[in-house]
Write a protein that binds this ligand. Structure first.
Ligand code: FAD
Length: 368
């Protein structure tokens, strides 16, 4: 039986572990902290393919959206995934870009429509229509959002319960183990050795810290993102909404998750995640403009996430040149793509089927 180690139990590692175990591998997932406790636990988690260019990258995201929807047939119910579409309107200076995006999506046969203000009122009765101004309103029916931690948990539970995978928590990988020029396992920070035929690195933004040899590091350009959470409020959103003042979506039990991309660059990566941050207060003020009925409610929680972005902004999935037995999967938009990438990783690693969809996304592009 082929023994495979997956490093990391975020959405990507959990998806890969499930599909690899289903394909017949003896899978061990080594997770330094808790499942879903990395970037996957601090994600806006909108499943979409907006402004994902070039076309091959757009197609990967669309494949991820389709894979999320298809899991319903496999699992019977997918309570971690919420469809219903997303809605977008913008400030005056961004109207041109919104029109361009919708035109591009339509040209690629992605469902993107214009809706009226009364349609918007029917979809989201509690938002203040004054925030729309003169912007057209886009509606994207196939989009939604994920609860990434319950999703990772479901994939790991299925991998373990159905296919005998093992999850080891508190297992920080410190280096690859090689024999005769081939990777044959990993060494943990506490010195424990785990042997395997293949190692799949899904450690996200920390993927390079799991390997000492810098010649095997995929160059990353991570960015910081700030998410603000309300307590349960007796008003709310029903969809993922990108508006001219703030972006938001439901986050369970009446809570809202809020984000404003323009604020992200002002947040230091080591900032203490507190509702008292000036940036969190500004996001709450913006949310009151979108949803006046939330009144003077204060933020309940703030999370700061680091996006695992390969240097050129695109996905990096595949083996590395000059080393056998080692495979990497690191990407932004991993929430959207993870069920597709998990299946693609299993096809390539276990079944020897090279996936053409990944041709433009090989880590080899970073190495001469
Ligand atoms: C603010 C924000 C908003 C986002 N919005 C979206 C969005 O709307 N849509 C979307 O699709 N994507 C979005 N993303 C990106 C998405 O969240 C990530 O691409 C995805 O979560 C990456 O998952 P992962 O499994 O690769 O990494 P992670 O979730 O970080 O998982 C990696 C795991 O590896 C573990 N690990 C690290 N080092 C080691 C080691 N040495 N040994 C063992 N384990 C280790 C970590 O503990 C962690 O659990 C957003 C990200 C942020 C920060």
């Amino acid at each position: 039986m082929t023994k495979i180690i997956v490093i990391g139990a975020g959405v990507l590692g959990a998806s890969a572990a499930y599909r690899l175990a289903q394909a017949g591998a003896k899978v061990t997932v080594l997770e330094a902290g808790r499942a879903g406790g990395g970037t996957s636990g601090t994600s806006f988690a909108w499943t979409n393919s907006h402004r994902k260019r070039p076309f091959a990258y757009h197609a990967l995201n669309v494949a991820g959206m389709a894979a999320h929807a298809a899991l319903k047939d496999e699992f019977g119910a997918t309570p971690w995934w919420h469809g219903g579409g997303s809605i977008e309107w913008v400030a005056a200076e961004e109207i041109e870009a919104l029109r361009d995006n919708v035109a591009q999506l339509q040209a690629w046969n992605y469902r993107a429509e214009w809706i009226s203000k009364s349609d918007l009122a029917a979809l989201e009765p509690e938002i203040d229509p004054a925030t729309v101004g003169d912007s057209p309103i886009g509606y994207f029916p196939d989009e939604g959002w994920l609860d990434p931690v319950p999703y990772a948990h479901a994939m790991l539970s299925a991998a373990r319960g159905l296919f005998g995978a093992t999850l080891v928590l508190g297992a920080r990988v410190a280096d690859l183990l090689t024999r005769g020029g081939r990777v044959c396992g990993v060494t943990l920070a506490d010195g424990t050795v785990h042997e395997a035929d293949m190692v799949v690195n899904c450690a996200g933004r920390l993927s390079n810290t799991a390997i000492r040899d810098t010649a095997l590091h995929v160059p990353l350009a991570p960015t910081v993102g700030l998410l603000v959470f309300t307590p349960p409020v007796a008003t709310g959103l029903r969809h993922v909404v990108h508006s001219s003042v703030v972006n938001g979506r439901p986050d369970g039990a009446g809570r809202l998750m809020l984000h404003w991309e323009q604020i992200d660059p002002t947040v230091p990566a080591d900032a203490v995640a507190s509702p008292d941050l000036a940036q969190a207060r500004e996001i709450m003020d913006r949310a009151r403009r979108l949803l006046p009925a939330i009144g003077d409610v204060r933020a309940e929680a703030v999370r700061i996430g680091i996006r695992p972005i390969p240097r050129d902004g695109l996905t990096a999935v595949g083996p590395l040149p000059r080393v056998d037995g080692y495979y990497v999967a690191v990407t932004h938009s991993g929430v959207t793509m993870s069920p597709f990438l998990g299946a693609a990783v299993a096809d390539e690693v276990m079944l020897g089927r090279v996936r053409p969809e990944l041709a433009e996304f090989r880590p080899a592009r970073f190495f001469n």
